[in-house]
Design a protein around this ligand. Structure first.
Ligand code: NDP
Length: 267
């Protein structure tokens, strides 16, 4: 089955959730230019949030996400920054809050996957993966935690991976970064729970995006054999969970990791 056309995300999401579910909220979605982040940005935009779409270099894709949100009657803007750069993130987020108001929803989605056999792993592959996937989540959360605490309102959603729960041969850095994201989620949830700031993670299974698109049919067939629901996931299926965790539907949930994986992992 082909993934949902991104042009259809808004209408599907609106058929499930109230179109005003996230009205008045400002959401920052890192890596919102493509794949899972794009579906989340489109879903939030369809439900009334003002969406700030972050990207690393792909301005055209980021602008396309913004245009799609606006075409559906939503509010959005895009901003380029590298989530792994601590100082840049702090400065950029500060100026974004000045311009758009308090950011109450942060989705730490930007991620890369540098795969290699462990004995062949290069230092820069390790650093790049950890810096983007784990330090990136730290940098963005650090930039917003104080203002969320002061406002006593905030939702941080960290996109981990099933690989962070189970490990995966050839993905030591990626698995370590994604397991780290779950640890960060729990520790931060404990620190901020008393201030009404909730931090949860989503662990997607195999989702059809650019990141996974390069696999050949044989590899894909082997992956599908391991998925109880016998199909790969669609970015919109992760977006649905990200809407739940960003909204008041999840008002008493913090520190959790929600697997969106067709039953691949049960923990
Ligand atoms: P894609 O490769 O399709 O998109 C990656 C996104 O991250 C792009 O928007 C890219 O921006 C952005 N990005 C990458 N590096 C940086 C950076 N340093 N700073 C800011 N933005 C950056 O990925 P997916 O949509 O597949 O994955 C999204 C998240 O979901 C990742 O964290 C991934 O690990 C996780 N995930 C994905 C799974 C899957 O099966 N696809 C499974 C489990 C987890 P640009 O467009 O500018 O390059």
């Amino acid at each position: 089955k082909k993934p949902t056309e991104l042009a259809d995300v808004a209408s599907i999401i609106k058929s499930i959730y109230s179109a005003t579910l996230l009205s008045g909220k400002v959401a920052l979605v890192t890596g919102g230019s493509r794949g899972i982040g794009k579906a989340i940005a489109l879903a939030y935009g369809a439900l009334g949030a003002k969406v700030i779409v972050n990207y690393a270099g792909n301005a055209q894709a980021a602008e396309a996400t913004v245009n799609e949100i606006v075409r559906n009657g939503g509010l959005a803007t895009c901003v380029k920054f590298d989530v792994s750069d601590f100082n840049l993130v702090q400065e950029t987020v500060k100026s974004l809050e000045k311009e758009h108001g308090n950011i109450e929803i942060l989705v730490n989605n930007a991620g890369v996957s540098r795969d290699n056999l462990f004995v062949k792993f290069k230092e820069d592959e390790w650093d790049n993966t950890l810096d983007t996937n784990l330090k990136g989540a730290f940098n963005c959360s650090r930039a917003l935690a104080m203002s969320m605490m002061r406002k006593r309102a905030g939702k941080i959603i960290n996109i981990s991976s099933v690989v962070g729960l189970t490990g995966n041969a050839g993905q030591s850095a990626y698995a370590a970064s994604k397991a780290g994201v779950i640890g960060l989620t729990k520790a931060l949830a404990l620190e901020l729970a008393g201030r009404n700031v909730q931090i949860n993670a989503i662990a997607p299974g195999y989702i059809s995006t650019d990141m996974t698109g390069a696999l050949n049919q044989d590899v894909l067939a082997k992956i599908i054999e391991k998925i109880p629901m016998e199909k790969v996931g669609d970015p919109i299926e992760v977006a649905k969970a990200a809407v739940f965790l960003a909204s008041s539907s999840s008002s008493y949930i913090t520190g959790q990791t929600l697997a969106v994986d067709g039953g691949m992992t049960m923990h």
